[in-house]
Design a protein around this ligand. Structure first.
Ligand SMILES: Nc1nc2c(ncn2[C@@H]2O[C@H](COP(=O)(O)OP(=O)(O)OP(=O)(O)O)[C@@H](O)[C@H]2O)c(=O)[nH]1
Ligand SMILES: [Mg+2]
Length: 452
């Protein structure tokens, strides 16, 4: 029914053909690192045709120094690039000014626009599309004014293809934003209701979170049953049927929920969009309803790629904690993934170096499966405590259906029959134990003979 929306066989996608782009970045001090912006460019379908960096304070008009912008123009000409991707928070006027120096038709793309391009390409559900649209509009809003005055000055007619501009554009953007917010809110409410319903059915909700490309989806497949959630819970279909993995940033955009194999607990594991640094709050907020699957979980597994250098791991952990900080309600367990790539001794060193941001991490390889059994145990340990209860019931049809309900909603340690009595010794969430007691009271009650 749900046509497979993603690309099927791990074939690297080139959604828009290869557009050639220059990646550029300015830093106040030190050396500009283009690794991540280049990966983002590749994820958006660009081929990186050239690089340019500058260490200097920000130029108000051009972001880079004017001489550097001239260099950029020459590089664009030489490489025949169609776009310049700037890994800085480029203001509307700076964008306009850089564009004015570049050959006609060459686009200036900043980090956020690039990320939105990637999200736009991956958005295959109504919710994802709305979130991307919301983020685009929120990006556009402060620029609308700048464009209006630029267009009025007629310095470059049809600036960014938007033709005439007036205040009504701003009003229109605001109206669209509020409409999309309303729709997203109603989606979020439905999802919250679904989470509650799942909790009522005895499931614990565990979410995978972490920087993009940390290995969340790969770990999901390790931990989860092949059984898709909708087979357990047929009223609700989750999004994609598979959580894809690729060595690419933002492979996952939507949310996938699977039942995870645990010893005692019934766990629903959710994989979702990864975190990335230097995102403005409006962009993170636009994806709030997707991030709710993390924020509202019972436990968060914060996955980090442990094959990266300590400094990078630390930065990514800090970004992840910042993203979680405001809204997250659940306990967090840090998972050092990709330990198959570590040299002997490296794990201990990294653990020690990162103990401040990653206390007591659990080390796994989602690829080989090493450490995954320990991770399962750890998840069960960290989930909120269960209560123990023992019910003695008269054997009857009602009692048997209660016993099977208890099996479905908790962990039965022992079930014994003696004479016409059955005893179930079990553990479950406090709310489940309370419901089991109430049901037991009904089952055990003497046949209806209430006096009138
Ligand atoms: N060597 C090694 N590679 C891994 C391991 N886990 C994941 N990978 C690789 O890391 C890359 C990213 O994995 P994903 O599972 O797509 O990562 P993700 O966190 O879901 O990434 P996004 O959805 O893009 O945010 C893929 O190429 C995986 O094959 C691991 O334990 N060891
Ligand atoms: Mg993923």
């Amino acid at each position: 029914m749900s046509g497979s929306a993603g690309n099927a066989d791990g074939e690297a996608e080139a959604p828009t053909g290869s557009r050639r782009a220059i990646v550029a970045k300015r830093v106040d001090s030190g050396e500009a690192d283009l690794a991540e912006i280049s990966q983002l460019a590749a994820a958006a379908g660009y081929e990186v045709a050239g690089e340019l960096t500058q260490t200097r304070t920000e130029d108000a008009a051009f972001m880079f120094g004017e001489g550097k912008v001239a260099e950029l123009r020459d590089l664009v000409r030489r490489t025949d690039a169609e776009a310049v991707i700037v890994d800085n928070d480029v203001g509307p006027y700076q964008t306009f000014n850089i564009g004015g120096v570049l050959p006609e038709g060459v686009e200036v793309v900043d980090r956020f626009t690039l990320i939105l391009e990637i999200f736009g390409q991956r958005a295959n559900t109504r919710k994802a599309q709305l979130q991307v649209e919301l983020a685009e509009l929120r990006y556009e809003l402060p620029r609308a004014e700048a464009k209006a005055s630029l267009a009025k000055r007629d310095e470059r007619p049809g600036f960014m293809g938007l033709g005439e501009y007036d205040e009504s554009v701003e009003r229109d953007i605001k109206r669209q934003i509020s409409e999309i917010r309303d729709e997203l809110e109603s989606i979020a409410e439905k999802e919250e209701a679904r989470r509650e319903q799942r909790r009522d059915s005895g499931f614990e909700l565990v979410a995978l979170a972490g920087y993009t490309n940390a290995g969340k989806s790969t770990l999901m497949r390790r931990l989860a049953d092949e059984l898709a959630v909708d087979e357990n819970d047929d009223r609700h279909r989750d999004l994609d049927t598979t959580a894809e993995s690729q060595d690419m940033l933002f492979t996952t955009l939507g949310t996938t929920t699977r039942r995870a194999e645990m010893e005692k607990r019934d766990v629903l594991l959710t994989d979702t969009v990864g975190f990335i640094s230097d995102l403005p709050h409006w962009l993170v907020e636009s994806f709030e309803s997707t991030l709710d699957s993390v924020y509202r979980a019972d436990l968060v597994l914060l996955v980090v790629d442990a094959s990266e250098p300590v400094a990078e791991m630390r930065e990514k952990l800090v970004t992840s904690h910042d993203t979680l900080y405001e809204r997250n309600e659940a306990p967090v367990v840090t998972v050092f993934n990709k330990v198959d790539r570590l040299a002997p001794g490296e794990l201990a060193e990294k653990r020690a170096a990162l103990s401040g941001v990653a206390p007591d991490p659990i080390a796994v390889s989602a690829k080989t499966g090493a450490g995954v059994a320990e991770l399962r145990d750890r998840v069960e340990d960290e989930l909120p405590d269960w209560e123990r209860e023992r019910l003695v019931l008269p054997v009857s049809d009602d009692a048997m259906s209660l016993v099977s309900w208890v099996h479905d909603h908790g962990y039965v340690a022992e079930e014994t029959y003696a004479g016409d009595q059955v005893t179930v010794d079990f553990e479950a969430k406090p709310s489940i134990v309370a419901r089991a007691r109430a049901k037991a009271a009904e089952v055990s009650a003497p046949p209806a003979e209430e006096s009138a």
